[in-house]
Design a protein around this ligand. Structure first.
Ligand SMILES: Nc1nc2c(c(=O)[nH]1)N[C@H]1C(S)=C(S)[C@@H](COP(=O)(O)O)O[C@H]1N2
Ligand SMILES: [Mo]
Length: 300
């Protein structure tokens, strides 16, 4: 398929954007801002601490990996204007009791919205501290009733090339898709996320709903979800299927380098300087029991 050249951008970061933040046009999903006025701002869950302070909102909304719009992070926010995020349905299928299409407005009321400050680590070796709003994905999974045969959860992003112009780039197998083991999907860290900085998600951050898994490299935190599928066998993942550089588990570990760069440190966007990367991105207390820290397969 000639995909040798296709991959995440790499560790060479230009931090010039920090001084050239522009306001984006139509990047907030206005309908959700009105409909979810009662959910925001949500009470912060103080169990989740970060170091170094919250990253400026202007950074998190103007430096985005969302390949459905652009491969250039600084451009994404200016290309989201036509993306319609309301109304929104998520289709549930596979090895599960309650199949069908569910209105997102109903799904976000299954759990109790809370705010969590998470350290976020991209595989490209940059990091940030982000206040997400949502609740554990497990609340939704429990309501849907997976069967014993469901061992993995597969998630799919919306496919609308007329609204997400990067999907016209035929080198990529759109739509974006990801997958987790059932234990990972049910972990208390796995956040079904519909807000950021005390309001509904900006479109460039994966409106109207995404996952956030802070112990894994950022690409596992799939945006703008339209499908949740419960399956028996381990499914492929978007990056895993097009490149040998990205594995299924993708847990953060400074000891296992990416084939093209070191994962030992990361550029912290708050300061622009390098800080050490921590195993499981600092969340080992919640997830270390799921993996073997010596086995490379869990860390790329
Ligand atoms: N659908 C979709 N989800 C995605 C991506 C993407 O390109 N498409 N990029 C991933 C990567 S590589 C990162 S680092 C995070 C970035 O999330 P943010 O823009 O909210 O910081 O989204 C992840 N989820
Ligand atoms: Mo990323």
């Amino acid at each position: 398929m000639g995909l040798g050249s296709v991959g995440l951008a790499g560790s060479a970061l230009s931090l010039g954007f920090l001084s050239s933040v522009e306001a984006a046009e139509g990047d907030l999903p206005e309908a959700w801002v009105r409909k979810w006025a009662d959910l925001f701002p949500a009470v912060r869950n103080e169990a989740f601490k970060i170091e170094g302070g919250i990253t400026d909102e202007s950074v998190i909304t103007s430096f985005n990996n969302f390949y459905e719009f652009s491969l250039i992070k600084e451009r994404v926010k200016n290309l989201v204007g036509r993306f319609e995020t309301h109304p929104w349905e998520i289709q549930v299928s596979g090895e599960v009791e309650r199949k069908g299409k569910f209105d997102l407005d109903k799904l976000v009321r299954i759990g109790e919205a809370e705010e969590r400050l998470y350290h976020f680590r991209c595989v490209e070796a940059w990091s940030a501290n982000v206040p997400w709003t949502g609740f554990p994905f497990s609340k939704i999974i429990e309501k849907l009733g997976p069967k014993d045969s469901a061992r993995y959860v597969r998630l799919v992003t919306v496919l609308r090339p007329e609204q997400l112009p990067g999907q016209k780039d035929t080198r990529y197998p759109w739509p974006y898709y990801e997958a987790l083991t059932m234990e990972e999907a049910l972990n208390e860290l796995t956040l079904f996320t519909f807000g950021v900085y005390g309001h509904p998600l900006n479109k460039q951050n994966g409106a109207p709903a995404r996952l956030v898994l802070p112990w894994k490299y950022g690409f596992k935190s799939i945006k703008s979800i339209v499908k949740i599928e419960f399956v028996r066998r381990r499914p492929g993942t978007f990056w895993g299927d097009i490149s040998s550089e990205y594995g299924f588990y993708a847990n953060v570990n400074p000891a296992f380098d990416h084939p093209r760069w070191s994962q030992a440190t990361e550029i912290f966007l708050n300061t622009g300087s390098k800080i050490p990367t921590r195993i499981y991105n600092g969340y080992g207390k919640y997830v270390a029991h799921l993996y073997n820290p010596e086995d490379r397969k869990y860390f790329f």
